[in-house]
Design a protein around this ligand. Sequence first.
Ligand code: GDP
Ligand code: IMO
Ligand code: MG
Length: 417
Amino acid sequence: MPYTVIIGLQWGDEGKGKIVDAITPAFDWVVRFQGGANAGHTVLVNGKKHIFHLLPSGILREGVRCGIGAGVVVDPQVLQDEARAVEAEGISLRGRFFVDARAHLVLPHHRYEDHFEEEKGRGVGSTRRGIGPAYRDRSARMGIPLRTLFERPEKRDRLLERFFEWNEAILAARYGKPPIPREKVVEDLLRFRDWVAPYVADVAFLTQKAHEEGGQILLEGAQGAGLDLAFGTYPYVTSSHTIAGGATVGLGVAPRAITRVIGVMKAYTTRVGKGPFPTEVRDERAGLLRERGGEYGSTTGRPRRCGWLDLPMLRYMVRLNGATEIALTKLDVLAGMGEVPVGVAWKVGQERYEWPPLGMIPLEEVTVEYETWPVPEDLDRADRSPYVLRLEEALGVPVRWVSVGQAREALLERARG
Ligand code: GDP
Ligand code: IMO
Ligand code: MG
């Protein structure tokens, strides 16, 4: 039985949470493999809105196991708050939720640094969740994986001291900030350790076993391919590998075991934070998309930048991720607009690209060639509308789901091609 990866094909907030929740009943496990509490995945069930930053969006389906993989950076407070909120609704996590002992912790030093860097106006417009500094420390071998909390006290304290020295030096040198009291940080961490203990596991191992026994495993990506550390619009990216390939190292799964890749995309484009955005709309229609689509950040509340569909960017991302099927969301937001522009090619100087070599393109210099596409009026039949058929043809990948509203039920599934 194969592993399935689901990722965002744009710059995040494509509606991954909604699609994951909707398809979870077909799986035995749903696991996050990268990112941290910078993610905000919205699931609307029975009129109640849940926003998950760390818990997989399958968590509301009680028969399914959920995991946080080794590639995720975990903010202890966010995880506890989120788990408690879910349990307060009568949904049990014991025995069905697991976090990999290798996942790194996001500590207050990381959040402060991220915050100060943004305050100085030098950041990339991050979510201020400490993601960049936490992944930096992991790569620099200065970070604190969850398992450190369960080491012998002498070893644990030695590793924490090393972490504190390093981060205090950074906060002092770059931001002139005094040290964060170590005792308080340690106290909070030990309290977190006691709470998290029953959930800590080797999630790679558990899911490998489940896979061998015929289980179906869904790997839930966060952010979007345009924000990938290597293949996105660097430096305006996040600090993890958001593309489908990131799932192999983020969970611990052999590449050949992944046979399905679901690419989630909106019927238009949004982006939060700084960075190039070729099809961005700068007139009043951006406000129209933002209001109709409720385009305000799930994590930060920031207004999202809005624009039209960008086929060259999507074609690049469909190939890069090996998308085998597409979930198209928010088509209802366009309904009633008659027809809308769709970016079909990029021009840079004399060159025209439909399938651009993204790594060689100065995105700021791109001019976009548009076509006008009709949008569906009748949402019940939206999955058979020209907008969907033309998209499918342009990308060469079947559109398997068409989402036409926030609620779990507002989803049209098309036959598998
Ligand atoms: P994610 O980060 O990819 O999970 O996406 P977010 O949850 O940050 O943002 C997507 C927003 O669009 C959320 O408020 C969803 O409830 C909402 N949404 C998802 N699908 C649809 C849809 O088909 N139509 C409408 N109108 N809203 C949707
Ligand atoms: P979900 O999973 C949209 C963006 C930030 C910023 C850049 C770096 O909900 O789709 P970071 O805090 O990661 O260091 O910020 O990445 N960003 C997102 N944009 N959706 C997200 O997650 C995002 N997570 C980070 O706005 O531009
Ligand atoms: Mg989001």
